[in-house]
Design a binder for this molecule. Sequence first.
Ligand SMILES: C[S@@+](CC[C@H](N)C(=O)[O-])C[C@H]1O[C@@H](n2cnc3c(N)ncnc32)[C@H](O)[C@@H]1O
Length: 282
Amino acid sequence: MNYRHAFHAGNFADVVKHALLVDLLAHFKSKDAGFAVLDTHAGKGIYELNAEEAQKTKEWRDGIGRLIPPRIAHGAALPDVLTPYINLMRRFGAPQSYPGSPSVIASLLRPQDALICSELHPDDAAALARLFRSNRQVSVHHLDGYRAVKAFLPPRLIGRGLVLIDPPFEKTNEFDRLRAAIFMARRRFPASVVAAWYPIKHRAPVREFQDMLIETGLKKLLTCEFLLNPPTDPTRLNGCGLLVANPHYRFDENARHILEALAPYLQQEEPPEISVRWLVEA
Ligand SMILES: C[S@@+](CC[C@H](N)C(=O)[O-])C[C@H]1O[C@@H](n2cnc3c(N)ncnc32)[C@H](O)[C@@H]1O
């Protein structure tokens, strides 16, 4: 396991993923019934951006560093649609510290909700367990995230929830594993929303992943994509996507507004290309 998220925390892809995640969680909180979140590839939960790893790549500077303080060509105020995400980041001390997905999720839980995390890297799993040792709503497992889908779904006692699958894409078959995990999560836990992050380097593997997902017969599959550069150079992260299976009503509209609001801040040479579209609508 070579991938360490500490090198990438707070980069544009984290901003895109976590801004959409905050909106997904807000929908769950609009009803009183409790919800459970399974975060299959959880990371270590909090990242210091002045630490050696983050300073080495400085990726966060073109991510959260563009939003706090807001930096945009014409100095416009941050759009309201980003307020829930930005306020949360400020609470965690961004851009000095950046919260990983388990911290984002845990901070938004109500007493009736729960978070289950799995993380395979022993150091990150141990750090995450320490972070949440006194939080009884959060359980941390040193476990393969794909096994966690089988082990923890459906959750006990809680009837609805979110499954976040955010693999490191170190292995050549990661798109296959991701497709199988999305399918298994939706089958084992029908009252779930599944959000799966993927990199966009070049188009071919993404298209193949999406075609294979359509072939599973799953319904309500939405892709939210954010491209910083044309997806033509397979050696660099040109963009990213979040596949959301069974999203809430009107999540597609919210997602488009969020990505459009982020675009001018995260822009590199050209305006980012944004796409929110249904692979399978009903
Ligand atoms: C992209 S990072 C996750 C970031 C985190 N979800 C966030 O948004 O803050 C991927 C994580 O998966 C972990 N990992 C790698 N292979 C794994 C596996 N098979 N099961 C669970 N975790 C794994 C890595 O150690 C890394 O921390």
